[in-house]
Write a protein that binds this ligand. Structure first.
Ligand code: ADP
Ligand code: MG
Length: 249
């Protein structure tokens, strides 16, 4: 961090699940800063709490302790209604299993978050503009030829691309991706990674991606590791720095 305020910041997050007589201390003091425009990957073994952490960051769930700030404003202690509003506008989510609605076609699926965010009248007023945005996003993810197809008629890679378009319809500040390639073969996984990278680089989208696949992190700006309920000291990836050392030689 270079002293500018992080876009998203988690401090000392704790989360314990109690199941019957068992207490599972999943997060034991997670500290994490995400800079605006950064593509951050979070790795960790299965069960290490990656999904839990992502859900807390995106206000899908609340920490037992600790706090989360978005641009310096605390968001973890907002009312459920405020968190719903914030979540719909600020965060986009993509998941390993896509979570598309099976009865709706691709275009309808992509428009769903916009329908939820707008009141009936607001939707009615903006419907053409929203549909245009959805069509642009669907084009962006390369699925214009699949508009009226239902999820079951799409491949895994296509479903994830549809889910990315859906995640972006409300123009989120941060995309939270939970094992986005976890259910895809290598080629489709690479396609999704390239799409995420392009969205990050070309549109400045901030992305936090959790994965247990180390091969994926090379395409990201920075990697942190979740171990024993904490984020290990950040490591810089060996992304090429355009060093000036060679100039003039
Ligand atoms: P990861 O995404 O890294 O695989 P998770 O965050 O999904 O890990 O889960 C971390 C641990 O918390 C696991 O042991 C899991 O079984 C447990 N866990 C997750 N969600 C719940 C829940 N809602 N109730 C009880 N235990 C949970
Ligand atoms: Mg998980």
């Amino acid at each position: 961090m270079d002293g500018t305020m992080p876009l998203l910041s988690a401090l000392n997050l704790r989360k314990t699940y109690v199941k019957f007589a068992n207490r599972i201390e999943v997060l034991r003091g997670v500290d994490l800063d995400v800079a605006e425009g950064e593509f951050l990957s979070v790795i960790g073994n299965s069960g290490s709490g990656k999904s839990t952490m992502l859900h807390l960051l995106g206000t899908l769930d609340r920490p037992d302790d600790g706090c989360i700030h978005l641009e310096g404003r605390r968001i973890d202690n907002l009312s459920a209604k405020m968190r719903d509003q914030l979540r719909n506008r600020t965060f986009g989510f993509i998941f390993q299993f896509y979570h598309l609605l099976p009865e709706m076609n691709l275009l309808e699926n992509v428009l769903t978050p916009a329908l939820i965010t707008h009141s009936f009248w607001s939707w009615w007023q903006h419907r053409r503009e929203l549909k245009k945005q959805a069509l642009e996003l669907i084009d962006r993810v390369g699925l214009s030829h699949r508009l009226t197809h239902r999820p079951k008629e799409l491949s895994g890679g296509e479903m994830q691309r549809a889910a990315i378009a859906r995640a972006l319809i409300n123009r989120p500040r941060v995309l939270l991706a939970d094992e986005p390639t976890g259910n895809l073969d290598t080629a489709n996984g690479q396609h999704i990674m390239k799409l995420l990278r392009d969205l990050n680089q070309q549109e400045g989208l901030t992305i936090v991606m959790v994965t247990h696949n180390l091969d994926l992190v090379h395409d990201t700006d920075r990697m942190v590791k979740l171990t024993d309920g904490r984020v290990e000291a950040p490591e810089r990836n060996s992304i090429p720095t355009f060093a000036t050392a060679g100039i003039g030689t």
